[in-house]
Every structure is written in structure tokens, then in C-alpha cells.
Write a protein that binds this ligand. Sequence first.
Ligand SMILES: NC(=O)c1ccc[n+]([C@@H]2O[C@H](COP(=O)([O-])OP(=O)(O)OC[C@H]3O[C@@H](n4cnc5c(N)ncnc54)[C@H](OP(=O)(O)O)[C@@H]3O)[C@@H](O)[C@H]2O)c1
Length: 273
Amino acid sequence: MGKSFAIIGDPIDHSLSPNIHSAAFRELNLDSSYIAYRIPKGELKEGIEGLKKIKIDGFNVTIPHKIEMMKYLDKTDESCSLIGAVNTVTNKDGVLKGYNTDMDGFLDPFKKKKLDIINKKVLLLGAGGAARAIVAGFAKEKAKSITIANRTLENAKKLASFSEKIGLNANAIEIEQVKNTVKEYDIIVNATSIGLKNESSPISFDGINEKTIVYDIVYMPINTDFIKKAKEKNAIIIFGYEMLLGQAIRAFEIWHSIEAPYNAMKKALLGGF
Ligand SMILES: NC(=O)c1ccc[n+]([C@@H]2O[C@H](COP(=O)([O-])OP(=O)(O)OC[C@H]3O[C@@H](n4cnc5c(N)ncnc54)[C@H](OP(=O)(O)O)[C@@H]3O)[C@@H](O)[C@H]2O)c1
């Protein structure tokens, strides 16, 4: 029998994951299907029971369930327990195991482009769920230090203390405090939701150069104002879709134990914009 997969969340209508995974199934002639399944906040337990009943083989988890889903797992891999949030689940005979592929997905473009993280100074905007996976990634790759700038200082402080705990020097500031310090950093990441609604960049890029890496994890639109302003300074750009693709590839490989067809998945993703 063919295998079945899903993405759960709310809203879910505009998810690009069904396109990406279906393209991989076509490319490799796999008898598998992948659907988007809306589970509203507060209905996760019933939703999971339904998925178990139809013997789903695996599923992705997105907003608003990434943290709550931890409660329903029987097992967790290292990335998942470290980050405290889950985005990929396998179901083996009713036993649910959780993974977090956001960290590897975030790091994937650095590896592909051979961009070093070791000993680099990082400025991270945002302190939500995605930012936590990103901090874990920078700690793993031994960045020198990270400054976490967030609208709510309290959340930045909490994330900074998580960072210190896992061995990455960190300090917390408010986004407004970034001002003209941007040029002090080697890598600048936007992990807030600013840009999704075409908002302008919360920081300016005065003084950065063509060696500065600027990474926006917002992937819709592809060219956010943050990316556009960094391009004007000839910075090295990493787009949000590259992380989205990276996490999908890692999820595919967890589920199917074969190499993911990168180009077919990338083409399907970019066609979805
Ligand atoms: N490319 C990918 O694969 C990928 C993966 C995961 C997430 N994402 C994107 O990353 C973004 C964040 O996701 P998340 O899961 O971390 O969300 P989240 O947990 O809700 O965190 C949202 C973050 O954005 C900040 N924020 C929201 N609205 C803001 C505003 N108007 N001004 C300033 N700061 C604002 C929040 O600050 P406060 O603490 O002050 O509320 C918080 O730091 C989303 O746009 C999501 O689509 C992309």
C-alpha cells in the first residue's frame, strides 16, 4: 500500500509543503501522497487521533501546534528535545517520534554555499519558535557570539539564556537599539514575521559590505524589503525559501530513508510563488 503524509496547522491553505513533497514522489515514482490538513488551535488531540486512525506514515507540524505537539509524542530525537518544538513526526505502528528539521533546514544553505559560521558574530532579529531553532544551529556550528534583538525584550532575554546554556555567548537587546551597530556583525538574520505583510525592514544596513551574510527566513514574498535593502549593499543573500526547502528535504529523508530529489523539490517550491 502507498504511504500517506500530511501537514497539520491553521491556517494551512497556502502551505507549499504538499507541492514540494508531491513533486519528490513524482520524481522518484513513489506511491505516496501528501495532504494539507487543517487542525484549529485546541483540537490537536482529536486531530492526532484521526491521523493515527488512518495510519498516516508521517506528518509535518506548523503554526500553532509546534510546541503543543511535544505532548503527544512517544519519542523525540535530539534536535526536537533541545529546541522544545516539533515540525516533523514519524508514525511507526502508532508510535509517534518527533524531529525538528528547522535547525538543519536553516543551516543547509550555509553548507551548500560553503559559508562558514565558526567564529562569526551574529545578529538575530526575533525570539520566537524559529529563532530558537536558529540559536541551536549557530551553537552547533560554533558561532562566536549572538546578539538577539526583539520587539519584546523579555523574550530576547529568555532566548539569550537558552543560548548561553547550550554554549553560545549571547546578549539581548530591543530591535530599536540595533541602529548603527549592524556593521559589527558578520551574519544578520531576520526571524521575526516582519515582511510577511510587506512591512519595511526594521533595521538599516549602513556600513555592511559584500562579505556580510544577510538571511531572511520570511519566504513570502521572496524579495522582502529586508532582502532588497541588503542587496543594495551587495551583501551575500540567503532567502527564506532556501530554509523551507532545507527543512522539507530533511523531513523527506527521515520518512523515506533515501536521498531527496533536491532540484525537483526546489522547482516545485519556486513554481508555487
Ligand atoms: N523559511 C522557513 O522555513 C521558516 C520556518 C519557520 C518560520 N518561518 C517564518 O519565520 C517567522 C517567525 O516564525 P515563528 O514560528 O518564530 O513565529 P513566532 O514564534 O510567532 O515568533 C514571531 C517573532 O516575530 C516577532 N514579531 C512579530 N510581529 C512583529 C512586529 N510587528 N514587529 C516586531 N516584531 C514582531 C515576535 O516578537 P515578540 O516576541 O515581541 O512577539 C517574535 O520574535 C514567520 O514569518 C514564519 O513564516 C520560516
